[in-house]
Design a protein around this ligand. Structure first.
Ligand code: NAD
Length: 206
């Protein structure tokens, strides 16, 4: 499915409703891609055609999926939507490039659609801001190895794994988190609220 196409997204939603014999209880948005990152084009030199495409795939796709789901009444009352984000939406990580802007807009869409869907159908919408994780998309970011090690040292609990992220997502899909909505939730072993750690100090003293 091309997530930049309204037709494909609507088709996906219709087929999902058909397959499950009615509405679904949750949707996970786990898509990200920057052509500027892929092609090694730096932030200050971004090609805007690539920027538009990346924004469409990485952020507007969430709006598109939610709009189609709302129109087709595909999400059940008290359903839950989660999209995956990264802390570059709030702080500068230079090599994350235009994905930082994409994530900031993704989080904003989650907040704004969270309001709309909450009022209309009691559906909640949140983003999870995950630790750097070794995946195809993650490893495409320049200097990823050094960076993931730095994040590990800067997180009191260490980097959160992909499996731990999946566990956290399940909690947000469960009825135990019914009133959590419009949030960006950090799942990063404490990285986001740590100024420095003993481990990093020792590294700097070498
Ligand atoms: N890996 C990390 O360090 C990390 C950290 C925080 C957040 N995230 C986010 O997690 C999510 C999943 O990424 P991942 O790290 O598992 O990498 P991944 O490469 O496994 O997943 C990216 C997915 O996006 C899909 N995709 C790309 N372009 C698409 C398009 N045009 N239409 C439809 N699908 C398309 C790919 O098929 C792939 O399944 C992304 O939103 C990513 O930004 C990743």
């Amino acid at each position: 499915m091309r997530c930049g196409s309204n037709e494909d997204v609507t088709n996906l939603i219709e087929k999902a409703v058909e397959h499950f014999g009615g509405g679904v209880d949750f949707i996970l948005h786990s898509i990200g891609m920057s052509i500027n990152v892929r092609k090694g084009i730096t932030y200050t030199e971004n090609n805007y055609e690539f920027t538009h495409k990346g924004l469409d795939i990485s952020a507007l796709s969430l709006h598109r999926v939610l709009a189609a789901a709302l129109k087709k009444d595909a999400l059940n009352e008290w359903g839950s939507v989660v999209a995956l984000s990264y802390i570059a939406a709030q702080r500068v990580f230079p090599d994350y490039n235009d994905m930082a802007d994409n994530k900031a807009i993704l989080e904003s869409i989650a907040r704004n659609f969270g309001y709309q869907y909450g009022v209309k159908k009691h559906v909640r919408v949140n983003t999870i801001s995950q630790s750097p994780t070794r995946t195809t998309a993650g490893s495409g970011v320049k200097g990823f190895d050094g960076f993931i090690n730095y994040a590990e040292k800067m997180s009191p609990l260490g980097n959160a794994s992909a499996e731990a992220c999946a566990d956290y997502i399940v909690t947000l899909f469960s009825d135990l988190t019914k009133y959590v909505t419009m949030h960006n939730l950090f799942h990063d072993g404490g990285f986001s609220f740590t100024g420095v750690t003993q481990s990093v100090i020792e590294q700097m003293e070498k």
